[in-house]
Design a protein around this ligand. Structure first.
Ligand SMILES: *Cc1c(COP(=O)(O)O)cnc(C)c1O
Length: 220
């Protein structure tokens, strides 16, 4: 049962850690089952799918956007999205600010940092991110609130490598404590590596397959 799995994961987590149930490709019925077991935070990767689910599912769900976000699609989610984890450019941040303003909202965002050695992962590198934080640009954006960072480790069985990658992000965040921004949300850890992530200081994990089962993309 989904419910038992959810409770088992939740009871193993330190209270400081927020669990985001990643529901991409999963049906309304499956999400409802997890929602009814007490889960309020859900993560989605695709704008259209997120909009459909937002419309059809209970309004007190906190919808997290965790996939690659194109600037021209921000407008579709700006009225309701709870946290955007995957901000990987200033251009995107400017667009989020613009759409948030239209909706009279402040949208919470994480800057996605590239921590793995893999070429396919999006994100700022540490230097680019530091430059952005120092530039003062963020303070101009009244309708965007950057609250922390998101990262994805390499897809590998090498636990040492994963430890190293997550730890680099935690250290980066700690090096910024003098900065005036409250950058305290650290979103890293998925089904395969969330235990390592928590050991390395994650306070927001994004778990899909161990809650919902493996994804079957062929059914989409
Ligand atoms: C799909 C996805 C997850 C969840 O992955 P699982 O391995 O199923 O837990 C987490 N984060 C992002 C960005 C994802 O795209």
């Amino acid at each position: 049962m989904i419910k038992d799995i959810l409770h088992k994961i939740k009871s193993s987590l330190p209270s400081s850690v927020t669990l985001v149930a990643v529901s991409k490709t999963k049906s309304k019925e499956q999400i409802t089952e997890v929602y009814e077991a007490g889960q309020k935070d859900f993560g989605e990767n695709y704008v259209q799918e997120l909009c459909d689910k937002h419309e059809q599912l209970p309004k007190d769900i906190h919808w997290h956007f965790i996939g690659h976000l194109q600037s021209n699609k921000v407008k579709f989610i700006a009225s309701f999205v709870h946290l955007i984890h995957s901000v990987d450019s200033l251009k995107l941040l400017l667009e989020i600010n613009k759409e948030a303003k239209k909706n009279k909202r402040v949208i919470n965002c994480l800057l996605q940092i590239y921590i793995s050695g893999e070429e396919t992962k999006f994100g700022f590198d540490f230097t680019e991110c530091l430059d952005l934080l120092k530039s003062g640009e963020l303070k101009q954006l009244a309708n965007v609130n950057v609250v922390g960072f998101m990262g994805m480790a390499s897809n590998t069985n090498d636990a040492n490598q994963i430890h190293k990658e997550f730890s680099s992000l935690k250290k980066f965040q700690q090096s910024l404590v003098t900065n005036k921004h409250p950058l305290n949300v650290l979103s890293f850890g998925m089904s395969g590596d969330y235990k390592i992530a928590i050991e390395e200081g994650s306070n927001m994990i994004r778990i899909g397959s161990i809650i919902f089962g493996e994804r079957d993309y062929s059914k989409k």
